[in-house]
Design a protein around this ligand. Structure first.
Ligand SMILES: NC(=O)c1ccc[n+]([C@@H]2O[C@H](COP(=O)([O-])OP(=O)(O)OC[C@H]3O[C@@H](n4cnc5c(N)ncnc54)[C@H](O)[C@@H]3O)[C@@H](O)[C@H]2O)c1
Length: 262
């Protein structure tokens, strides 16, 4: 872990959707790398639990409760960064709209899908960039895409459209922000075994993790024949934020156990 700490120690990171799931693992990993972490999340209860856990581990973590689609809440989150902390120079955009609809999707469905995933992402990025110098910012952003950004999946029109847009947003932002010394990349995980996926597989498919990973149409789609743990997504995100990735911008890193390779 120490090799990847380069450039991360003492930095302040903003992590949206960091109260649980992959985001909580990202917050924990960045704390372990020596960052101070602000979690911006709509869930106050989950956020408080995660912050309390990070504090018990001796880390510096702060919760901003808010919706990424609400510009006032986003601005308040940046304004509320503890005064003794450095200005945030690391941003991880994980909050997303989890709406899985096909052609029947209504305007409300499309807003619920795209507003957090794309409009919210743009609000947070705008507020983050506003706090950075015009040149040599030495800052980095990682946006959360998905294997769903790259493929078609039945009934996933709304979700996959949003995730595909994250790839375009990432490339355009990388171009616009490069002159200021801000790198922008995305990651595309496959299935990550968190509480929501555990619930979905159990309640909808009647499968526990071992059974789901053994099934050809689920775990069998990954070359590694298994799902990822949240920490396995957090580690490459920490890498992309670190100075180890200083010449990487405008690209997407699949974290997918080989899913997209075949
Ligand atoms: N779990 C997977 O298999 C998987 C795979 C690929 C990509 N992803 C992506 O990873 C990210 C995290 O997913 P997860 O599975 O860990 O989800 P999760 O449901 O465990 O966590 C999502 C977090 O985002 C917060 N959130 C949701 N909408 C918000 C909003 N509008 N404003 C602020 N916070 C909001 C939630 O409160 C929650 O804490 C998402 O972008 C998701 O699309 C997940």
């Amino acid at each position: 872990m120490t090799g990847l700490s380069r450039g991360l120690r003492g930095r302040t990171a903003m992590v949206t959707g960091g109260a649980q799931g992959i985001g909580a693992a990202v917050a924990e990993r960045l704390c372990a790398e020596g960052c101070r972490v602000v979690i911006l999340d709509i869930s106050a209860d989950a956020g408080r639990d995660t912050i309390a856990r990070l504090h018990r581990q001796g880390h510096s973590a702060h919760l901003a409760v808010g919706n990424v689609t609400d510009t006032a809440a986003v601005d308040a989150a940046f304004a509320g960064v503890p005064a003794s902390w450095a200005t945030p120079t690391l941003l991880v955009n994980l909050a997303a709209g989890f709406v899985f609809k096909g052609v029947e999707a209504t305007a409300a469905d499309w807003h619920a899908a795209l507003d957090p995933t794309i409009i919210g992402l743009s609000h947070v990025t705008r507020a983050f960039v506003a706090g950075l110098p015009e040149r040599n910012a030495d800052a980095a952003i990682v946006n959360m895409a998905s294997i769903s950004a790259h493929i078609a999946q039945e009934g996933y029109l709304t979700y996959n459209t949003g995730k595909a847009a994250v790839l375009g947003f990432t490339r355009c932002m990388a171009q616009d922000l490069a002159p200021r010394g801000i790198r922008v990349n995305s990651v595309s995980p496959g299935t990550v075994w968190n509480a929501s996926n555990e619930r979905f597989h159990r309640e909808v498919l009647g499968l526990d993790r071992a059974a789901a990973e053994a099934a050809p149409e689920h775990g069998g789609r990954f070359l590694l024949r298994r799902f990822a743990d949240p920490a396995e997504v957090a580690a490459p995100i920490a890498f992309l934020l670190s100075s180890e990735a200083s010449f990487i911008t405008g690209t997407d890193l699949p974290i997918d156990g080989g899913y997209l390779a075949v």
